[in-house]
Design a protein. Structure first.
Length: 182
């Protein structure tokens, strides 16, 4: 399954996904049986893409606890709270958006990014945290450098250099499946 921190409910839900797959091989589905529950998660990506599975391998309960702690602090800062509310609302309502968080060092940008990550990962959302340097990346939960996340070339750069992510790769699937990229 790829989940090391799965809950009992996750395991049951994944079992329903597997059962539905077996039924579909016989021309049936769980939907044919009124009393059977349906899987609540889309497990198709988890079984085929380890990059997506890795991003969904967060313990939702731990993320929820971390989100609650962060929210208590963010409520004291109106600007952070407004940014958090706007970004999280955009994700939960499936609206596309781009946000630019600006401020001098020490004003809480990283704290805001962490809070947003915890809130969304508590809801089993895929959040990709990337930064321009390794030092900045390690400050973000699950953070990676931008050149690693997006396969940006760092050697032999020229005017025509591009990212090396093909459309049909697992990395492309991950970027498409991402609910938020920080």
């Amino acid at each position: 399954m790829g989940f090391t921190t799965a809950t009992f409910d996750d395991a049951c839900d994944y079992g329903l996904h597997l059962l539905d797959g077996l039924l579909k091989q016989s021309g049936r589905s769980l939907g044919d049986f009124e009393s059977m529950p349906q899987p609540s998660h889309d497990w198709a990506h988890v079984t085929t893409n380890t990059l997506i599975a890795e991003q969904l391998d967060y313990n939702c309960a731990s993320e929820r606890d971390a989100a609650a702690v962060a929210l208590q602090s963010i409520c004291d800062n109106a600007e952070q709270h407004a940014a958090l509310a706007a970004i999280v609302d955009c994700i939960h309502t499936h609206r596309p958006g781009s946000f630019f968080v600006n401020g001098p060092g020490g004003t809480g940008k990283t704290f805001l990014y962490k809070a947003i990550s915890h809130i969304l990962r508590a809801d089993a959302k895929i959040v990709l945290c990337s930064a321009s340097s390794g030092i900045a990346a390690i400050l973000l939960p699950g953070g990676r450098t931008a050149h690693s996340t997006f396969k940006i070339p760092i050697i032999n750069l020229c005017e025509t250099s591009t990212c090396s992510i093909s459309k049909s790769t697992k990395r492309a699937e991950l970027l498409i499946a991402a609910d938020l990229i920080i």
